[in-house]
Design a protein around this ligand. Structure first.
Ligand code: AMP
Length: 280
């Protein structure tokens, strides 16, 4: 496994792969890797000859009051685990390689970036879209892999790829969960024992709403209230938003269909967790 620290090293590696007609799969991450990330890598290996993972904690997607400085980091552990998965290269740029002094250009997917998670995190998706655009230009992958855990992000990236004519096939991977059904997240390490007990109720509430949908309840407001009522039983949980949206456009729907998805963001103590469920 090669460690690529500069854009030049990455370009040289990629040019060599391309000259051998290798199909390149790319898995962007912020490190602190877990089974969710590894599922993306495994899917990439099924479809690609070469798999490149990036580890870059992107400051542009954190606002000033967020957890950039305390975001979990363990490069040696990440490296060892990626090596075991036989990842071909890790791209680990430093901040100035991505945002050199005087950097001014940002990418915004209008309309999709200021809704749902974008209400509480108004600059988040601008940061995500910008770094993903830059990483796509550097790595030039054939396929790129994103987790459905960050469902709004997957929709925004698919739109970005279409709108900016990237010749990249975006693949999404189902959410990997703990036994408790809590979605795996690098941020779960912030949870206290007490909070960990409550956190699985986030997904359980989504499941209860889905069961009601399957039984015939299609009113979004009723389904949302079922979730709110259920979450209100847990002391450490506080909903940021819960919304039922069209899976392609993220537009809120009054009447839920099989093409809808329920998206939720919920504070568990001080930690903001997200999750979602398809109504298919
Ligand atoms: P992050 O390091 O949190 O930026 O995540 C990197 C990628 O891993 C993103 O595409 C995430 O959606 C994906 N990911 C994170 N957690 C999970 C999970 N529990 N299941 C599936 N994919 C995930």
């Amino acid at each position: 496994m090669v460690i690529l620290r500069t854009i030049k090293q990455a370009s040289d590696f990629i040019n060599t792969c391309k000259s051998k007609n290798k199909v390149i799969g790319f898995v962007p991450t912020m490190g602190a890797l877990h089974e969710g990330h590894f599922s993306l890598v495994r899917k990439a290996f099924k479809e690609c000859d070469i798999v490149i993972t990036s580890i870059f904690i992107n400051p542009a997607q954190f606002s000033k009051n967020e957890d950039l400085s305390k975001y979990p980091r363990d490069f040696n552990k990440d490296k060892k685990e990626l090596e075991e998965l036989k990842v071909n290269a890790i791209f680990v740029p430093n901040e100035t390689a991505i945002y050199p002094k005087g950097y001014l250009t940002y990418v915004t997917v209008d309309g999709m970036s200021n809704i749902l998670c974008g209400v509480t995190r108004p600059t988040h998706f601008r940061g995500v879209a910008t770094v993903v655009t830059k990483l796509f230009n550097i790595i030039k992958p054939d396929f790129a892999y994103f987790g459905e855990k960050d469902f709004q992000q997957t929709v925004i990236i698919k739109k970005l790829v279409r709108d900016l004519n990237f010749d990249i096939n975006i693949k999404t991977v189902s959410i990997v969960r703990e036994k408790s059904m809590l979605a795996l997240s690098s941020r779960n390490v912030y949870l206290s024992d007490r909070e960990r007990e409550d956190a699985p109720a986030i997904y359980k509430s989504l499941k209860i709403a889905k069961e009601e949908f399957v039984k015939g309840e299609v009113s979004s407001s009723i389904l949302v209230n079922i979730i709110k009522n259920n979450i209100s039983n847990y002391k450490t949980l506080k909903i940021d938003y819960v919304s039922i949206v069209d899976s392609d456009t993220l537009t809120p729907v009054e009447t839920a269909t099989k093409h809808s998805r329920i998206l939720i963001a919920c504070y568990c103590g001080a930690t903001r967790l997200i999750d979602n469920i398809s109504l298919k």
